[in-house]
Design a binder for this molecule. Sequence first.
Ligand code: ACM
Length: 285
Amino acid sequence: MNWLALKYICKNDFLMVKISTVQFTPSLGTPADNIQQVFRLLQGIQTDILVLPELCTTGYSFISRKEVMAAAEGPEGQSVAELQKLSKESRTLVIAGFAERSNNKVYNSALVALPDGQLKTYRKTHLFYREKECFDEGNSGFFVVQHPFKDCRIGTMICNDWRYPEAARSLALCGADVIACPCNLVSSIWGIGMQARALENKVYLAVANRCGTETRQLEDGTSQSLTFTGGSVIYDYNGSPMEQAGKNGDCVITLEIDPLLTRDKFFNAFNDLLKDRRPELYINR
Ligand code: ACM
C-alpha cells in the first residue's frame, strides 16, 4: 500500500463516525436486568457513539417523586459506573437516560460518558405530562461535547424536548454535528417534528426510543398502561431517515455518518441557516 493510500485510510478513519441507537424493553425498577439487556444487544457491535433510551436503567412509569427518589442514582451509582466502564473499554461515547439524584433534587437526565473518562449529565428541560409530578425541571441547559477520538461534536436533548425547536437550535448554535435524543415516546406524531429539527439545523439526529408496555397498579385500585412506540431512527442532516426500527422488537441500528457535512450551513448560494437568523426581531420571553 502506498503512502497516499495509507494517509487516505487514516484520514477516513478519523472523519467517519459510527453511531448506534439501541431500542429495547426496560422493566420498571430492575436496573441490573435492564443494563444486562443492553449489553446482550450490543454483543459484537463496535461503534463510536451509542444512544440509549430515556430512563433506560429504571423504566418510566413512576407515579410519585418518592418512588423516583428511591430509584435514582448519583454519579457514584451502579448503572452509571457500568455505562462509564462500557464507554471507556469500547472507546464509545455513551448517552443514556437515567434518573439522577442530586442532593434533594431528582432529574430525568441523560448521562454523557466520554471514552476518555469525562462524565456529564444533561437534565431534561421540558418535562412531559406526569413527569412534572415526579421530577425537578432540568437546569443543565444545552451543551455540546467533542468526541475525544473523532472530529465530531455531539449535543443531547431528551424526548419531549423535540416539541421545542429552541432545544435543537441551541445545540446547533453550540456547534453540534449530531443530536442524540434518548426517548420514551408514547405517540406516533414525533417523526414530523424530529425530521424538522434535523433539517432546520442541518444536523444528524439519532432517536433511541424504547418499546414494550409498562402496566402499573395505582393506589386507587385502577391500573395505568403505557405502550411505547419504538421506531428508533437516525435522520441525516436533510431530515431524511437513514434507517428506522420497527414499532416493536429490541434492536440496534448502526450507521456511518460524516459529521463534516453538517458544518457548512448554506443550503443554496445565498442562504446560511444560522447566519441568516434575525435574533433582533425574535421574541425572547
Ligand atoms: C416523553 O417526553 N417521554 C414523551
